[in-house]
Design a protein around this ligand. Structure first.
Ligand SMILES: *Cc1c(COP(=O)(O)O)cnc(C)c1O
Ligand code: SF4
Length: 345
């Protein structure tokens, strides 16, 4: 016999070295673009963008996954996906009323990694990092180092949930909770399940959008087996973010029993028009996602160039109501420190 079928090891090696095998989500996360020079080069931006990109990067580092980069138009500095991640020189300008902690979260941190601001639900910082760094992020100055609890500290956080029967919902947030490993997440969800008054698990994530391969068998395993009702709130700002791979990830999440909602941020130069917002809603529903919130920008230092005034925001949503069915019109909200919920505009 001249040929032999490959051993499992050989087969694995072949798979690992085949160029058309997509890298694992972990490799994609480890390999995100972190260099402003590379970001500009890959998108064919002319040299005039580089100084600003480097200055902004010094304030809040560049992070862009390949899968997200692949949906941008090369050579177009106005691309709505690129605008969300490309640092600009203006990030270093100070603007009155744009501050480091616009939501005063430092005051609501009840235990390490736990933010309890609203009745009935708590937010857990399940991972300090994100796959993508969005330039307008209201947590761009968040002290994650102080809020990345060890397992022992998680016990304190979980004790707070055990002791408060009014809490019905745990919201995994971050950073991006799905940047954590499935082992860590399965551990946490198992502990949450053991709290009898807890009914719902909500996951606020951008990972299914920026690295759709994150929604893999290991994740679907713990997600589909929990007794908790599951709601995944995605964060998508523009229709171009939703490609076939994202639709595939959303389909897998829905098949695992999750309800899918979306929150967007209204951003100058990204989605500040009736046409892009309507197209976003249409594309969301195609992917099985319902629009939930359209947030006005939180006034975080470094993001003033994304701001859209309230009157204009209201006009845009009124315009959406004229062209879309009611269930595809997101609620326009602002987060005001001290209020018991997001405030409708
Ligand atoms: C936004 C937010 C929530 C969730 O609010 P919903 O209106 O229920 O979506 C919960 N906790 C904190 C701290 C929040 O910022
Ligand atoms: S994914 Fe969310 S938390 Fe992470 S940088 Fe973007 S807006 Fe901020």
């Amino acid at each position: 016999m001249i040929t032999r079928s490959p051993t499992p090891l050989q087969r694995r090696q072949t798979r690992e070295t085949t160029p058309d095998t997509p890298p694992s989500w972990q490799d994609q996360l480890a390999g995100v673009i972190r260099d402003p020079r590379e970001l500009c080069r890959r998108l064919g931006l002319d040299a005039s963008w580089l100084a600003g990109a480097e200055a902004g990067h010094d304030l809040f580092e560049v992070r862009v996954p390949e899968a997200f980069l692949g949906r941008m138009r090369p050579g177009d500095p106005a691309d709505p996906l690129l605008r969300q991640v490309l640092p600009l020189a203006s990030e270093a300008e100070t603007t009155p009323s744009f501050v480091a902690d616009p939501l005063a979260e430092a005051e609501s941190t009840a235990a390490p990694g736990l933010i309890h601001k609203y009745p009935g639900r708590v937010l857990l910082i399940a991972s300090p990092s994100c796959a993508v760094n969005c330039r307008y992020c209201f947590r761009r100055h968040f002290p994650y180092d102080e809020n990345a609890p060890s397992r022992a500290q998680w016990d304190r956080t979980l004790a707070h949930l055990h002791d408060d029967p009014s809490i019905r919902e745990a919201i995994l947030s971050g950073g991006d909770p799905l940047a954590a490993s499935d082992r860590q997440l399965a551990w946490l969800v198992e502990r949450l399940e053991a709290i009898p008054h807890l009914k719902r698990l909500r996951i606020h994530t951008r990972l299914p959008v920026v690295i759709p391969d994150r929604i893999d068998a290991a994740l679907l395993q713990w997600l589909s087996s929990t007794r908790l009702q599951k709601v995944v709130v995605l964060h998508i700002n523009h229709a171009n973010e939703i490609d076939e791979a994202v639709i595939g990830a959303c389909t897998r999440l829905r098949e695992a029993g999750a309800t899918l909602l979306n929150q967007s941020v209204l951003l100058r130069g990204v989605n500040d028009g009736i046409a892009p917002l309507a197209e976003l809603s249409e594309r969301l529903v195609e992917a099985g996602i319902l629009p939930y919130y359209l947030h006005v920008l939180d006034p975080v230092a470094g993001a003033a160039h994304f701001d859209v005034p309230d009157d204009e925001a209201r006009e845009l949503v009124a315009g959406l109501r004229d062209v879309l069915p009611g269930f595809l019109v997101p609620r326009l909200v602002r987060e005001i420190p001290g209020e018991a919920s997001k405030t409708p505009l």
